[in-house]
Ligand binder design. Structure first.
Ligand code: AMP
Length: 285
């Protein structure tokens, strides 16, 4: 079995990274909550293609979960994760516990406003504050040259780009494309929650937003196209949080005909499982 260096304290993380820095090597960080799948591993590969060393963090961040959300049941399998990361060629895995990240008396939070006002921000109050806080900490702990995040969590990616811009954190944020199952379902650690029947329905989420994006590329207005997508998903048994057509950089709502590159975003429940997906509007056919 291939193994990978695992550290659990900020001090150990910093001492390993300091050695790389001394040797003149560049460093990438890939933050995750574990339960790793090919989507996460694609980010590790992207990070490796852009830097000499890749550190991956695994931390199920309690402060980004709401009181009725799945923090306690979130899938955890550290041994399997470490094995996958060794095979993917990560150089170091940082696995802090909650006390290492949030010691007694912890009282500082980072809030990115504007971008977090709606979409996932509306239905998950405090979620992005939890994300921004933990990501700011990880970036300060590892001080990488680049940090890689998935487009799967598109709003999160923009929030993190805004965070590092606003706080002048000297790191480049790199987005990686969404990795999907053969039937189009975006890989997610939460897909294990789906029943067999729900798993069969789940790919409709991607299909529906691809259809919205194709309608938009043909010149249909944003509101009508999004509504058609919503109806399709409701008819298939999804409970919709949002189907939205937004500016790809600001996430501001768009109406009427939209330009290629606009983003179609969806969040919807199948049973208790909240699924996310998004696609770009293609160029006109
Ligand atoms: P998580 O462990 O869910 O917090 O995700 C860690 C990182 O992996 C985030 O930057 C996610 O956007 C990214 N990610 C999750 N699923 C996928 C996927 N299917 N394709 C690409 N990136 C992903």
């Amino acid at each position: 079995m291939t193994t990978v260096v695992t550290v659990r304290t900020v001090a150990d993380l910093r001492s390993h990274i300091a050695k790389w820095r001394k040797a003149g090597e560049s460093v990438a960080l890939v933050p995750t909550m574990g339960a790793l799948h090919e989507g996460h591993l694609s980010l590790v590969k992207l990070a490796k293609s852009k830097s000499d060393r890749v550190a991956v963090s695994i931390f199920v961040n309690p402060i980004q979960f709401g009181p009725r959300e799945d923090f306690h049941s979130y899938p955890r399998d550290e041994a399997a994760d470490l094995d996958k990361l060794a095979k993917a060629g990560a150089d170091l895995v940082f696995v802090p516990d909650t006390a290492e990240m949030y010691p007694e008396g912890f009282s500082t939070h980072v809030k990115v406003s504007d971008l977090t006002d709606d979409l996932c921000g509306a239905s998950r109050p405090n979620h992005f504050e939890g994300v921004a806080t933990v990501v700011a900490k990880l970036l300060l702990q590892a001080a990488p040259d680049i940090a890689v995040f998935g487009e799967k969590d598109y709003q999160q990616l923009l929030v993190i780009k805004r965070l590092v811009r606003d706080l002048n954190i000297p790191v480049e944020i790199v987005g990686g494309p969404i990795v999907r199952e053969a039937d189009g379902l975006a890989l997610s650690s939460r897909n294990v929650y789906l029943t067999e029947a729900q798993r069969k329905t789940a790919p409709l989420l991607h299909q529906a937003i691809e259809e919205v994006a194709a309608d938009l590329a043909r010149g249909e207005g944003a509101d009508a196209a999004a509504l058609a997508g919503r109806f399709k998903l409701e008819a298939a048994g999804f409970r919709i949080d949002y189907v939205a057509v937004r500016d790809a950089d600001t996430l501001k709502p768009l109406s009427g005909p939209v330009k290629p590159g606009a983003r179609v975003l969806v969040a919807a429940y199948l049973g208790k499982t909240r699924l996310l997906d998004n696609v770009a509007v293609p160029a006109k056919a």
